[in-house]
Structure formats: C-alpha cells, structure tokens
Design a protein. Structure first.
Length: 714
C-alpha cells in the first residue's frame, strides 16, 4: 500500500513540474510576443530563448523565434528552428515545408528536397512543398524530378507561381516553346511578376540561338530586351535583369550598351566569375582587348586553375598582338587541364594547333640577323692568349653570350657547353680535353635564327705548379688533424695560399672563402659549418687552372667539467654594430636618382632595433669599386675593429634578370647584365670576414623597372 502511495506521489510531482514548465514557457512566449509587437526583436529573442530552455518541446516558441530570425536575416538559425519544429511534430506538413524553404535559401538543396519529401508523405497535395521541391531539384540539376514535380504542382493548381516553375523546368529541359508559353501566361496574369520577365528574356535568348531566320532572331532579341527593361522598371536594382539584358545587347552587336549594363551590375555588388567573364567577352568583341585581359586577370587571381579563363585571355592577348603572352596562357591552360576528362581530345588538339601557329608568329616577329657576342671569362688570358697549365689534360672554359634572341647552341672545340636555353644572355661552362699539341680554343654560338659567331683564342702552356695551402687557425697537427670541443658545430678557418701566380678560387667544402683576388699569396678566412661531418676540404686554384686540395680531419674532445662564474650580461645581443650605406645617384647610362632625407628616414626605421656604433657612407660606386669595397676594404675594417653585426643599406637602381636581383653600379650599361653587381652571395661573404661577425643584414631600397624587383629585394 505504501509503495502505491509513493508511486502516485511521484506521478503527481511529474505532472506538476510539467505543468509549471509549460506555464513558464507560455509566459515567456507572451512576453516575447509583446516585445516583437514593439519591434524590439533582440529582447523578443531573449524571451523566446527562455521559453525554449524551460520547455524544449514548446513548438510555438520555436515558430516565433524562427520568424524573428528571418526578420533579422539570420538564415542559419531560422532554418535550424524550423527543422526542430518538423522533428517535434512530423505529422504537420507545414513545418517540414517551411523548413525546406529555409534550407533552400541556405543553398542546401539536398536537405530541402528531403524535407519536402517528409511533408509530401504526410500531405501529398501540399502545394508549398511541391514548389519548393521543384526549386531544389533544379538546383541539384535533377531535371526528371523537377519535371515530374512541376507537372504535379501545375495539375493541382494553375497559379502564377506554378506556371513560373513549370516554365523554368521546361527551359532547363530545353523545351523553350513550352517555357515561353508558360512564362507569357504568368505575365498575362500578373504584369508585376519581376522574375518571370528575366526568365522570359533568357528563353528568348535561347530561341534566338535556335532561329535561322534573321527576322525571327531580331524579334527574339527585341523581346528579350523589352522584358528585361520592364523588370528594371519594377526593380532598378535587379542584377539578374541587367546581366541578361547585357547578353541581348551583345547578341545585337551593341557592345557599348552591353558593357554599360554589366558594369552597372558590378556596381550593384555582383562580382562573381560569370560577370567578369561576360564583361571580358564584351570588351573583346568591342575591340578593347586590354580591358578584357584585366577582367580575366581578376578571375585568375581568385582561381589560378580556371582553364577557360586562360584560353579566353590567350585569345584577347593574341588580338592585342601580345603573342608571347598568348603563348604562355595556352601553355598554362594545357598544364591545368592535366588528365581532366572534361576536355576532349579534339579540344586539346585545337589548343595545340593554336600554340604552334602563335609560336611560329612569335618566331617570325622576332627574327633578326645580328650574330651573338661571345665573352670568354675562363681560362685566364694574357695579351689575348689563354694561359693553360702544362699539367692539365682538361681545361674549363666559361663565359657568357649576349644576343637579341635565345641561343640554339654553344660549343667549345666542338663540345657542347652547358647553358640555360630559356634564358637570354646566358652564362656557359664546359670542360674540354686539350692535348699538348693543340694551339687554340674555338668558341661558337648559334642563335635560333642560325646567326653564327666564332671566337678563336690562342693557347699557351704555362707553369704547372699547384698552389700551396696552409691553415693557420684553428691549430692543426702534422697529419692535418684539428681538435675541437665536443658539440661545436662550426669553426672559423683562416690560412694562406702561396703560388707564383694570382689565385682565382679558394673554397672550403665547396663554399667560397673571403680573400683578396688581386694579391699574390693571399690570406683567406671562412666560417665553416661542421654539423654531421668530421672533416673539411680546402681547395685552391690559380689563374692557370692548377689546383690543390688539403683535407683536414676533425676530432672532438670532451671539455672538462668546471665551475665557472656566471658571464657578465651583454648590453646588446648584436655587439659592435656597423651600418654601411651605399648611395648611387649619378648614373652614366641610367636616369639620375635624387637622394632625399626620406632615404635616411627609411634606413633609420629599418635599423631601429639595432644600437649602431658607426655608419660608413659610400656614394656613386662603380662595379670595380663595389667589388673592391666588399672584398677588401670593408673586410679589413671589420677585422681590425672586431665588428659583430654588419648592416648594409643600398639605395640606387636595381634590376632582375633570370630570377636574380642585381644592384646597378654608376658605370653599368643598360644592355649588359655583366656590368651589374650581383649581391646574392654578399651576406655569406660578410660572415666570412672575421670570426667575430655573427649577424648580417642587407636592405635593398632599389628602383627597378621590373615590378617584381621590389618583391625580390625586400
């Protein structure tokens, strides 16, 4: 008996709690409705939230909150609440239909169609669900589903909406006659139905493409323009009407009006790829090919893999006589196509034919008859006679060739030299066998137009004694062994090379060391990384090609464990810091540059995080002066003063060639890159000045005609 009484008490408590919850939810709903009536929508949302939290199954609260979300444009929250309503009461078809419409507005067509099916299972004659399903099927490109559903909706009730959707479906199925009749009926019943005007205009454009007679074609275009114009009278902000009317104007060859409409469309905020692609086509048809290229650039900026944009841009560039640009775009299109089966073999062949045709045009347009100009750097020459060591069976020949065109071949004594065939004015190098009886080296260069230049250099055998290498630091044993503390990953190597002639190369582990190239028996220095290796190799070559190598073995010694006092705290992490300012302004073959106080301000800003002890200023340096300053003068100054950080600021002209950045000395020639100063290895060179140098920084405030120079040098 006691158990039964307890059960009754529990049931009564649950019923009371449920009643309180329901009563609380209704109270909050009522308060929310009051705020909503006063247009205080955010406060109304707070009350609806409380109603839902008190009673999670209170459908009227979800319904009211979804309506407020819709008023506030919060589509995601609106769709979520309406789907919750459909889940809480699956027997109410209206809830599922409302949820389907909300998800369709979110571009979730698959979810919308599923919700429509839920509604139609409960109420097969739900017109709202049928019409939403038609739109969802069209969005999913399921034309069979769209056609079947549109027929059902129209059979159930012939309204402007059902005829409009039936017309859209017929147009999608390419039944333009039926689509035209459906949309004409819509406009006959409701002359204010704006979307039907635009849809009818699109149908007229399709009929224009099908008609063969000029009269019928012109009539279709006139009707398309008239329908869009009427839509714009109803809604001047209609981007769909502007977009469609622009296509009709373009079909009439009235490109000026087409461009005006599509530009207004963009001004109203529609800037998708289709709009830019369409305007590019109008510009191309109107003869404004560069404007078309600019619009296609916008598409490719957002989507660099858009094959059609590359093909369109190639056509525009060709029409603008930018043949090389067109050729590059066709190549990019082929690369992005890859193995995409969407592009047929016929289309690929057509592109290949276009590439061949344009390449031939470029070839003929650039034809010239000037022979290449050959400059031989190695081997070393004295009075125009190559000095080759008597000990060498092979000789290295290097240099560069200047020509207006790309080069076909470079040979030395019949041996092909290595050079970049895609680069103008390339450097070349080759190692050739040279018998003791041979008395000359013949270098030949042929460009793409078969222009030939041949340079013959007499050969004289010189002394065959290799340089002598001595390492003075770190200390080495008689068997060339260097002892370093365990864990030390780098060592500063100093030494001397002695030879009867000048030295052209000193390198350690393949990295060039710092030394004075125009001095006999030069000293050298370099900071060598030893991580993961137990040796380093010093190589020296004299100007005749005689070479010597010295291999040094590295052993690691564990340091004894001792207690040391804490080192003093450094006042600066960069130590002794110098700034080197190079300012080139008075050029002989380039426009003069005006130095200004802004250069000094920019330099101070760039180096503001450093405590600078000295600034060295150099102005208007030639190439020889630049090379001597960085190879000799600055090195000696840094060594004598134990400088730790070297900061270089360059102000002057700059150029990029073959992806490499150059400073332009004041005596440089515009058409000769070998008169420029390549500063690519400058940081490494400065780090090899002295063991004390630990930080280097180069800032190139250079004026370059190539827009990419700024990016390369900053």
């Amino acid at each position: 008996m006691t158990g039964a009484i307890r059960s009754l008490q529990v049931l009564a408590l649950l019923a009371f709690t449920t009643m309180c919850h329901a009563q609380g939810g209704k109270a909050f709903l009522k308060e929310g409705d009051a705020y909503r009536k006063q247009q205080e929508l955010e406060k109304a949302l707070e009350k609806y939230d409380l109603a839902v939290s008190v009673d999670p199954k209170f459908i009227p609260a979800y319904k009211a909150r979804a309506e407020v979300y819709e008023l506030l444009g919060r589509k995601v929250e609106c769709a979520s609440d309406r789907r919750t309503m459909a889940r809480l009461d699956p027997a109410e078809a209206e809830y599922a239909a409302l949820a389907a419409k909300a998800f369709l507005e979110l571009d979730s067509a698959a979810v919308a169609r599923s919700l429509c099916d839920d509604a139609l299972r409960v109420q097969p004659k739900s017109l709202d669900a049928l019409m939403t399903k038609v739109r969802a099927c069209l969005a999913l490109n399921d034309l069979d589903c769209a056609s079947t559903t549109a027929d059902k909706a129209l059979a159930m009730k012939g309204t402007t909406d059902t005829y409009y959707l039936h017309g859209l479906t017929s147009a999608a199925l390419r039944d333009y006659t039926t689509a035209e009749a459906d949309l004409d009926k819509v406009l006959e019943w409701n002359h204010l139905y704006e979307p039907a005007y635009v849809a009818s205009s699109e149908v007229q454009l399709q009929l224009f493409a099908r008609y063969s007679g000029t009269t019928m074609q012109m009539r279709a275009l006139d009707k398309a323009i008239e329908r869009c114009t009427r839509a714009l009278e109803l809604n001047p902000q209609s981007t769909d009407a502007l977009f469609t009317r622009s296509k009709a104007y373009a079909a009439q060859k009235d490109h000026a009006k087409a461009i005006d409409d599509i530009s207004r469309c963009m001004a109203l905020g529609r800037t998708d790829k289709a709009v830019y692609r369409q305007r590019a086509a109008y510009y191309h048809g109107y003869g404004q090919h560069q404007n078309a290229v600019n619009d296609l650039n916008r598409i490719l900026l957002e989507d660099p893999k858009d094959v059609q944009a590359y093909l369109d841009r190639a056509r525009c560039k060709e029409a603008n006589l930018d043949m090389e640009g067109a050729l590059q775009d066709l190549g990019s299109a082929q690369r992005e196509m890859g193995a995409d089966s969407a592009w047929s073999a016929e289309q690929r062949k057509e592109i290949e034919v276009s590439r061949a045709r344009i390449a031939q045009q470029v070839f003929e347009m650039n034809r010239e008859s000037d022979a290449p100009v050959i400059t031989v750097i190695e081997p070393f020459r004295k009075n125009d006679v190559a000095q080759v060591s008597a000990a060498l069976a092979y000789v290295k020949v290097s240099g560069h060739v200047r020509d207006k065109s790309l080069l076909k071949s470079i040979t030395v004594n019949g041996h092909n030299a290595d050079f970049s065939k895609d680069e103008k004015d390339p450097e070349f190098v080759v190692s050739i066998p040279l018998g003791k009886e041979e008395t000359e080296i013949v270098v030949q260069a042929i460009d793409l137009y078969e222009n030939l230049r041949s340079e013959a250099i007499a050969v004289e055998r010189s002394e065959g004694i290799a340089p002598a290498i001595t390492v003075t630091s770190p200390r080495t044993s008689a068997d060339r062994t260097v002892s370093l503390p365990a864990g030390k990953d780098e060592v500063f190597v100093e030494g001397k090379v002695t030879d009867a002639s000048l030295i052209r190369l000193i390198a350690v582990n393949g990295v060039n060391a710092s030394y004075v190239p125009d001095q006999l028996d030069p000293d050298f220095s370099i900071k060598v990384a030893l991580g993961g290796t137990d040796r380093f190799v010093v190589r020296a070559e004299d100007q005749y090609g005689n070479a010597a190598e010295a291999i040094y073995t590295v052993t690691r010694i564990a340091e004894p464990v001792v207690t040391r006092p804490a080192p003093p705290v450094a006042t600066s992490t960069t130590g002794i810091t110098w700034v080197v300012a190079i300012e080139n302004t008075n050029y002989r073959n380039f426009p003069a540059l005006q130095g200004s106080a802004s250069d000094a301000a920019k330099m101070q800003k760039a180096f503001s995080n450093y405590s600078v002890q000295r600034t060295i200023n150099r102005k208007d340096l030639s190439k020889e002066q630049l090379e001597r300053f960085f190879n000799i003068e600055l090195r000696d100054l840094v060594r004598r003063n134990n400088v730790n950080t070297v900061l270089v600021w360059y102000s002057g002209h700059g150029r990029t060639v073959g992806g490499k950045a150059y400073w332009v000395p004041v005596d440089a020639k515009k058409d000769d890159i070998y008169t420029y100063f390549n500063y690519g290895s400058l940081k490494g060179l400065m780090q090899n000045y002295s063991e004390t140098v630990s930080n280097t920084l180069i800032v190139s405030d250079a004026a370059g005609t190539d827009p990419s120079f700024y990016e390369l040098t900053r």
